[in-house]
Design a binder for this molecule. Structure first.
Ligand code: PEP
Ligand code: MG
Length: 324
């Protein structure tokens, strides 16, 4: 009910034994920001910046992007806003970029790979975020990272943009926004210990992580029935990446569809995740679930799940899990 949702918006997202689980919102279009605070989000964990490049023939300028990001950050009144750099290519094509899809677009020139081959594009996005970040806390997120070299290359571009601002006497935000990486390719998950030394935070993208771990095209109906985030391989990748982040002392969130499924909240919490980012509408139900978790029970549950051989048994354990 509406009353219930309103009550939930104002109660904290903490487990029964007092551990905070930060619930953030994902947005794809600026207009969605209206529902974010209403849902009780503590921040925006993922701004998909693709909309800026779609359905148009020219590239968005630094001014245009800075204005959009500033509006989002101001709207969030001091809560963090995580802006992901362009994630085009693959199933998302940008008209303004004139990308021709290869035979396997999901394995082609997309996301951070595309940004690094067109550094002017990345410089424009970084400059726009630096300008907007003077209005409130922002974080920068790189999609589809596979190697530490990509993180170093992107950071070099960010450092160069910061140096340009200084040289031109343009004001900078304090702090400079942290630079995080999406863990959404198995190679990134399995080298998360190395990536954690280069990145300021991780965001695990379970949609692509599932696609790439299982070799299932997210958009291909013929194999949709084989798309299974509860495959043991996917959960082990999440577990490894979360452990690497914890060992390195950097924050880690989950921002794929799994984050918004309340049945999976105890499992993700038990794997060590303390920040979830999801479509706003999912936040109240996930918060309700958080408030029934205890850490020992969730950790036992995660341990049991990780010992299962297949998604069917994992699904059965999840259905029968009772946080009490
Ligand atoms: C993901 O891959 O899980 C993710 C959050 O990114 P997108 O869905 O935008 O690819
Ligand atoms: Mg993704």
């Amino acid at each position: 009910t509406r009353r219930n949702l309103q009550r939930l918006r104002d109660v904290p997202s903490v487990t029964r034994d007092g551990i905070a689980v930060h619930l953030h919102a994902n947005i794809e279009l600026p207009a969605e920001v209206e529902g974010v605070l209403q849902a009780g989000a503590e921040g925006i964990g993922l701004v998909r910046s693709e909309f800026l490049y779609m359905n148009r023939e020219s590239l968005p300028s630094e001014d245009e992007q800075a204005a959009v990001f500033s509006t989002l950050i101001e709207h969030m009144k001091g809560r963090p806003v995580t802006i992901r750099t362009l994630d085009l290519g693959g199933e998302k094509l940008g008209d303004a970029l004139g990308i021709k899809p290869g035979a396997n677009p999901a394995l082609g020139l997309r996301a951070v790979r595309l940004s690094l081959t067109r550094p002017a594009l990345l410089r424009t996005q970084f400059a726009a975020v630096l300008r907007a970040a003077r209005r409130g806390p922002a974080r920068i997120l790189l999609p589809m990272v596979c190697t530490v070299e990509e993180v170093r290359a992107a950071r070099a571009v960010l450092d160069a943009v910061v140096a340009d601002f200084r040289a031109a006497g343009r004001p900078l935000p304090d702090p400079i926004p942290p630079l995080g990486v999406m863990i959404e390719v198995p190679a990134a998950a399995l080298s998360a210990d190395a990536l954690a030394r280069e990145a300021d935070f991780f965001a695990i993208g379970t949609n692509d992580l599932t696609q790439y771990a299982l070799a299932i095209d997210r958009t291909d109906e013929a194999v949709a029935h084989l798309y299974e985030p509860l495959h043991p391989a996917v959960l082990r990748l999440i577990h490894f990446a979360t452990g690497a982040a914890q060992a390195a002392g950097i924050p880690v969130s989950v921002c794929g569809e799994m984050a918004g499924d309340p049945r999976l909240t105890p499992l993700l919490f038990g794997l060590g995740v303390r920040e979830l980012s999801m479509a706003s509408f999912a936040i109240p139900a996930v918060k309700q679930r958080v408030r029934r978790i205890t850490q020992p029970a969730a950790e036992r549950h995660a341990h049991r799940v990780l010992g299962q051989p297949d998604a069917a048994r994992i699904g059965a354990l999840i259905e029968s899990f009772d946080a009490g």
